[in-house]
Design a protein around this ligand. Structure first.
Ligand code: AKG
Ligand code: FE2
Length: 313
């Protein structure tokens, strides 16, 4: 498996990255900015902590191929790995990105031993960034709970206490963004996502039948609600489908922190959320491991995933 970042410049889109016409993005120049994702500013995560890890991660992708080789893997049990495209490809479609998957919270010695030693600042900047974003996520969950009229600690513990994962997505400039996508349309399978997209645009959110660009706001994080949030809140806080498009001019790097429930939990609408406002329970109760299997089988397609768990009346 070749990494895109191993090639200094791409002059054409290799055939395997050319999506069938119905899956290609329709790129318009004047897409309005979106309010379907929630940008968070004044978030308390210091700018140098964000930049410190973004630079270390970009440095990792910029290293020669042989330095990255020991980390290349599609073994999901690894605490750190680099790969290309996505495990949720449908019919073998390939997407224009390389990515890191990192288990980043709680940080144990076992995790850190699997993180790369190069660039020199990688391990320390990751530990610092991950701790700060984790704290921000817990604050956001407390505010969301209070906004729903629940106890501030509602999402603490099992609902958000699983191992936190980070995706670092690296999209090199693409010679023809109309032929391919950076990342396929999907909803995140987790509870809550805190995303740093830097200053290069590319994230789009589904809005009706079309897609809106989520414009980068300097220093902000984008917060996405995952499938778990939608199910727990009985559909009240719906997960927004999103995708990434590519561009010809600049590398785009997104750092995505995914807050997850504990694996051994059962999941379903919280009794407190089955009420007059949301109506009768919209989803069945199931083991979280069952959800993970369904997500992979549905190749992350929003409706296919939810269909599996919906109560059809
Ligand atoms: O690159 C982006 O902005 C989107 C990444 C994303 O949706 C993900 O990693 O789940
Ligand atoms: Fe996502």
């Amino acid at each position: 498996m070749e990494l895109l970042s191993d090639c200094p410049v791409h002059t054409s889109v290799p055939d395997k990255y050319v999506l069938p016409p119905e899956k290609r993005p329709l790129l318009l120049n004047d897409e309005p900015s979106s309010d379907v994702a929630i940008p968070v500013v004044n978030h308390g995560v210091a700018e140098d902590v964000v930049q410190g890890f973004r630079e270390a991660a970009a440095g990792f992708f910029g290293m020669p191929a042989e330095e990255k080789l020991p980390y290349r893997s599609d073994d999901l049990s690894k605490h750190f790995r680099v790969s290309s495209s996505t495990p949720y490809d449908r019919n073998g479609d390939r997407y224009w990105l390389d990515y890191l998957k990192i288990n980043c919270h709680p940080v144990t010695d076992e995790h850190v031993r699997e993180w790369p030693e190069k660039p020199a600042s990688f391990r320390s900047s990751l530990a610092e960034y991950s701790a700060a974003v984790h704290e921000l996520a817990q604050t956001l969950l407390r505010l969301i709970a209070e906004g729903l009229g629940l106890d501030g600690g509602f999402f603490a513990g099992d609902l958000s206490g699983g191992s936190t994962q980070m995706n670092v997505n690296y999209y090199p400039p693409c010679p023809d963004p109309s032929l391919t996508l950076g990342l396929l349309p999907h909803c995140d399978r987790h509870l809550l996502t805190v995303l740093s997209q830097g200053d290069v645009a590319g994230l789009q959110a589904r809005h009706g039948g079309g897609w809106l660009l989520v414009r980068p706001i300097p220093g902000s994080f984008v917060v996405n609600l995952g499938h778990q949030m939608e199910i727990i809140t009985n559909g009240l806080l719906a997960s927004v489908e999103h995708r990434a498009v590519t561009n010809t001019a600049a590398v785009r790097l997104s750092v995505v922190t995914l807050i997850m429930r504990k694996m051994e939990c059962r999941i379903g609408p919280a009794p407190e959320m089955v009420n007059e406002a949301t109506g009768p329970a919209k989803f069945k109760e199931f083991e979280f491991s069952e959800f993970i299997k369904a997500y992979s089988a549905a190749a992350a397609s929003r409706e296919d995933v939810l269909h599996y768990f919906r109560i059809h009346r």
